[in-house]
Ligand binder design. Structure first.
Ligand SMILES: [Zn+2]
Length: 226
């Protein structure tokens, strides 16, 4: 018991002591801080630590961004490929219906190597192609804008500024060996190719076999033009 009290007293005394002592030593210590270098150094250190934390945060953020950006870009590229392929799946049945009636896919026969938009305008002007909308001819990865339709008739005409896709320049039929009918070369590292039998292929540009199937000048599947 005595020991405990003594301990408590000692503890109390010990705890109580600092305020008294502080009272004696506080003023000189504070004065020292106010008037001399230590406080300046302390602020400098704080600024340094703040900068280090901010810099560390930036490094961390850029690292996280570096990790997730490729994933986000991959998702965006994938979405664009799907939408582009969907456009081909919309255009194809109508072009096929045209071919069933006219014995070949739409083609501007007035010149040897017709522009894609001239051939597709023939489809748009036909009974089969009337339901097509301007946006189906713009790739989400491309650089064109949708053609403006006449508000009264709903009709629109394609040109090089409103069409992203390449189209067959020579006679192509829905029967026989499947050959490229249309293509999109706006996606990084690939060309999306629609065939005359309706299937769609993704050609990887770094594949040596694909290089043989592309026109060196245009980078498009042979037989197609824009
Ligand atoms: Zn595309």
């Amino acid at each position: 018991m005595i020991d405990d009290r003594e301990n408590n007293e000692y503890a109390d005394g010990y705890e109580d002591a600092p305020p008294g002592e502080t009272g004696e030593t506080e003023a000189p210590y504070e004065n020292g801080l106010d008037d001399s270098a230590p406080r300046g150094m302390s602020t400098g250190v704080k600024v340094l630590i703040g900068c280090s934390v901010a810099f560390g945060g930036l490094v961390l953020l850029s690292t996280i961004a570096g990790l997730f950006l490729p994933v986000l870009l991959k998702g965006k590229n994938e979405a664009e490929r799907i939408q582009c392929t969907n456009h081909f799946k919309i255009i194809y049945p109508l072009a096929h219906a045209y071919a069933a009636k006219k014995s070949e896919f739409p083609r501007d026969k007035s010149v040897d190597d017709p522009a894609a938009h001239d051939s597709l305008n023939i489809l748009l002007d036909s009974e089969q192609g009337r339901g097509l909308e301007p946006r189906f001819f713009n790739c989400p990865a491309g650089d064109t804008e949708a053609a403006t339709a006449d508000p009264e008739t709903g009709k629109f005409v394609l040109d090089e500024n409103t069409l992203d896709y390449a189209w067959a320049m020579k006679e192509t039929k829905a029967i026989g060996r499947a050959v490229p009918l249309a293509a999109c070369a706006h996606h990084e590292g690939i060309v999306i190719v629609l065939f005359t039998d309706s299937h769609v292929e993704t050609w990887e540009l770094d594949d040596p076999e694909v290089k043989d199937k592309l026109d060196e000048g245009t980078g498009l599947p042979r037989g197609l033009g824009r």
